[in-house]
Design a protein around this ligand. Structure first.
Ligand SMILES: [Zn+2]
Length: 196
């Protein structure tokens, strides 16, 4: 048994985690948040997301994305590792527009994967800085593609798994999947941390 002391990344209270042999054998990463913060997140029933959007998740996203607390990428590393660990498809995180990334200082979607040491590649480029939530349903459906493929990308006959932080309407994921399928990808699935 080893005693490791650190603080909860969400509420800052001291974490006194006792690392057992069982945990070392079954989990790759130790928890970064306390049990009471973890209990506020709601697991998703869906096979394509880990969590449901709720108040705790709203606070988490605010802290992680808008206040740019990059350490929070680690909160879900064990969950993400467990999901992607044996994935055979090529993982493609949904990119941000470069201007937006500059403003936010990091790509939160990439950071979630990096924190869990999940290999991924980037083949898509965002073509617009507009967000989908600023449009109504009719506008979202008729918008030009949100993405383009990088010029040297060859996706023919390959399997892809798109990864995004949150799925609300599904428009973003649909646009990304369409671009890949039109370019000859064999199969495109998606997975998100949160379902809206
Ligand atoms: Zn906590």
């Amino acid at each position: 048994m080893n005693k490791i002391e650190s603080n909860c990344l969400i509420c800052s209270q001291l974490l006194k985690s006792t690392i057992s042999w069982k945990m070392l054998l079954t989990k790759r990463y130790s928890p970064t948040i306390c049990a009471s913060c973890a209990a506020r997140f709601e697991h998703s029933q869906s096979a394509t997301a880990l969590y449901q959007y709720n108040e705790a998740m709203k606070d988490y996203l605010h802290q992680f994305k808008f206040l740019q607390d990059v350490a929070l990428a680690k909160v879900f590393r064990q969950d993400l590792y467990a999901r992607f660990n044996k994935e055979k498809a090529i993982i493609l995180p949904i990119p941000m527009h470069p201007f937006k990334q500059q403003e936010r200082t990091f790509s939160h979607t990439d950071e979630l994967l990096k924190a869990a040491h999940i290999p991924y590649i980037q083949l898509l480029e965002k073509t617009t800085t507009e967000t989908q939530s600023s449009k109504n349903r009719e506008q979202r459906i008729h918008v030009a593609s949100l993405f383009r493929l990088k010029t040297d990308a060859n996706v023919e006959h390959k399997d892809y798994l798109l990864f995004d932080d949150i799925k609300t309407t599904g428009t973003t994921l649909q646009h990304a999947a369409d671009i890949l399928l039109q370019a000859g990808a064999k199969n495109v699935q998606y997975f998100t941390l949160i379902e809206g």
